[in-house]
Design a protein around this ligand. Structure first.
Ligand SMILES: NC(=O)C1=CN([C@@H]2O[C@H](COP(=O)(O)OP(=O)(O)OC[C@H]3O[C@@H](n4cnc5c(N)ncnc54)[C@H](OP(=O)(O)O)[C@@H]3O)[C@@H](O)[C@H]2O)C=CC1
Ligand SMILES: CC(=O)C(=O)O
Ligand SMILES: [Mg+2]
Length: 423
C-alpha cells in the first residue's frame, strides 16, 4: 500500500467523526406521546407480547434485520492475531457492507475471550438479540469447533464468513476462470497456500464442485501437508497426500491453479513460471496478496489473476457473498445457512459474471467496460444484480431444503435496496 493510501485510510476512519457506522432511529420521537409509545409506559406492551411468545421479537423489535458481526481478533485479515479491539475497523467495515449492499443492520462485537469455550458462551448468551450471526476473523483450528457448537446451540443462522463466504466466492470465480482457461476442475492440479479457516473451507467446496482431493496440495508454514507428518490437526489431516513434494516450490511445478489464503508475498516469480500453461492465480490474502498482480502479469501473459482487493480486476472477496446470503436467509427466516443455500449462491454469482454489465456498474468503475473474460471472471461488488440474483437463489434454496420458516417472499426479486421489506 502506498504511503498516500495509508494516510488517506487513517483520515477516512477518523474524519468527520471517528468510525464508519452509527445507529439510526426508525420511529417518530418528536412529542411526549411519541416517547410514551417508544419508552415508558408504551414499551411495556411489546415486552409482554415477547414474554408470551418469543416469535413476537420479530414483530416488535429490529431482531429480524439485525446481524451480529463477531470476532475475537485472532486472524484479522492476513495481519494475524492482533486482539479483539484491533479487529473493530474490519468488523465495522463488514457492517458497512451489510448495510450498503443488502440493507442489513449490524452490531459489531469484539470479544475478549480467554478460550474458545468462553467465546462460545459469550456468543450463545447474546444470540437471541439477532436474526443472524456472522463470525469473522477467528483463526483455525478453533474457528471450526466454535462454529459447529454455535450452530448447534443457536436457532438463527450462524455463518463463519472467512470459511463459507470466501469458499462460495472462490468457487464461483474458480469455475469461471477454469472455463476461460479451457481446463476441467476434475483434472486441475491445485496448490492451496494456507491451511486455515478460509483455505480448508475453499478446498472442501472446490471438491464438492468436482476437484479431486488427490490433486490438491495444501501447504502451511511447515510446507506441504503430507501423510508422513505427525503434526497435523484433524482439519489439515483431511488433505494429507502420499507425496514426496515438500515445499511450495515443489507443489507449484506443473500446477494449474494457485489459491493463496495465507499471507503477503509468498509466491515467487520463479514458482509462478514453473506452473502449467494458462494457470489460474487467486492471491487472496488481504491486504497484501501472495504475489503482486504487476509482478505476476509481467512474468507471464497466459494467466488469470485475481486478488481480494478492490483496486485490481477480479476481486475474489467474500463481500460478493455475505450481504446477499444473509438477506436471503433473513427474508425467509431460515434457521441455518445450509449446503444447498451455499451452492445456490455459487451458481448465482457465477452466472451473473456471464451477463452483460449494466451501465451504472460501468460508471461506478470509472467508465471501464467489462465483459466475461480474463479480467472479469466475477461480478463487481457494486453490481445491484447480486442483490437480485443471490438473495433469490439463497431464499429459494432455503425454502426447498426445508430450513425456511417463512415462504419464498412475495416481494422478490429485489431490484434495489428500496425493495427490501423487513419481515
Ligand atoms: N479474499 C477473501 O475474501 C478472503 C481472504 N482471506 C485471507 O486468507 C488469509 C488467511 O485467513 P484465515 O484462513 O481466516 O486465517 P487462519 O489463521 O485461519 O489461517 C491462516 C493460514 O495461513 C497459513 N500461513 C500463514 N503464513 C504462512 C506462510 N508464511 N507460509 C505458509 N502458510 C502460511 C497458516 O499456516 P499454519 O497453519 O502453519 O499456521 C494458516 O494455515 C488471510 O490473509 C486473509 O486475509 C480470508 C478470508 C476471505
Ligand atoms: C476478506 C476477509 O474476510 C479477510 O480477508 O479476512
Ligand atoms: Mg475475514
Amino acid at each position: 500500500m502506498s504511503d498516500e493510501l495509508k494516510k488517506a485510510a487513517l483520515e477516512y476512519h477518523a474524519q468527520p467523526r471517528p468510525g464508519k457506522l452509527s445507529v439510526e432511529i426508525t420511529k417518530p420521537t418528536a412529542t411526549s406521546r411519541d416517547l410514551s409509545l417508544a419508552y415508558s409506559p408504551g414499551v411495556a406492551e411489546p415486552v409482554r407480547e415477547i414474554a408470551k411468545d418469543a416469535e413476537n421479537a420479530y414483530r416488535y423489535t429490529n431482531k429480524g434485520n439485525l446481524v451480529a458481526v463477531i470476532s475475537d481478533g485472532t486472524a484479522i485479515l492476513g495481519l494475524g492475531n492482533l486482539g479483539p479491539l484491533a479487529s473493530k475497523p474490519v468488523m465495522e467495515g463488514k457492517g458497512v457492507l451489510f448495510k450498503r449492499f443488502a440493507g442489513i443492520d449490524v452490531f459489531d462485537i469484539e470479544v475478549k475471550a480467554e478460550s474458545p469455550q468462553a467465546f462460545i458462551d459469550t456468543v450463545a448468551r447474546i444470540a437471541d438479540t439477532f436474526g443472524g450471526i456472522n463470525l469473522e476473523d477467528i483463526k483455525a483450528p478453533e474457528c471450526f469447533e466454535i462454529e459447529r457448537v454455535l450452530i448447534e446451540q443457536c436457532s438463527i443462522p450462524v455463518f463463519h464468513d472467512d470459511q463459507h463466504g470466501t469458499a462460495i466466492v472462490t468457487a464461483a470465480g474458480m469455475l469461471n476462470a477454469l472455463e476461460l482457461q479451457g481446463k476441467q476442475i476434475g483434472e486441475a492440479k491445485i496448490v492451496c497456500l494456507g491451511a486455515g479457516a478460509a483455505a480448508v473451507a475453499c478446498m472442501k467446496l472446490l471438491i464438492s464442485c468436482g476437484a479431486k482431493s488427490e490433486n490438491i496440495y495444501m501447504i502451511d508454514r511447515k510446507g506441504v501437508i503430507h501423510s508422513g507428518r505427525d503434526d497435523l490437526n484433524q482439519y489439515k489431516a483431511m488433505f494429507a497426500l502420499e507425496t514426496d513434494k515438500r515445499t511450495l516450490a515443489d507443489a507449484c511445478e506443473g500446477a494449474d491453479v494457485f489459491v493463496g489464503l495465507s499471507g503477503p508475498d509468498l509466491l515467487s516469480v520463479d514458482m509462478l513460471k514453473s506452473m502449467a500453461p494458462n494457470p489460474v492465480i487467486f492471491a487472496c490474502s488481504n491486504p497484501d496478496p501472495e504475489i503482486k498482480p504487476e509482478l505476476a502479469l509481467a512474468a507471464r501473459d497466459d494467466l488469470i489473476m485475481a486478488t481480494g482487493r478492490s483496486d485490481y480486476p477480479n476481486q475474489v472477496n467474500n463481500v460478493l457473498g455475505f450481504p446477499f446470503i444473509f438477506r436471503g436467509a433473513l427474508d425467509v427466516r431460515a434457521t441455518a445457512i445450509n449446503e444447498e443455500m451455499k451452492v445456490a449462491a455459487v451458481n448465482a454469482i457465477r452466472e451473473l459474471a456471464k451477463q452483460p454489465v449494466p451501465q451504472d456498474v460501468v460508471d461506478a468503475y470509472g467508465g471501464e467496460k467489462f465483459e466475461f473474460g480474463k479480467n472479469y471472471i466475477i461480478p463487481k461488488p457494486m453490481d445491484v444484480r447480486l442483490l437480485t440474483e443471490v438473495c433469490a437463489a439463497v431464499a429459494r434454496a432455503a425454502v426447498d431444503s426445508g430450513v425456511a420458516r417463512l415462504p419464498y417472499p412475495e416481494h422478490y426479486p429485489l431490484n434495489s435496496i428500496d425493495d427490501i421489506k423487513i419481515v
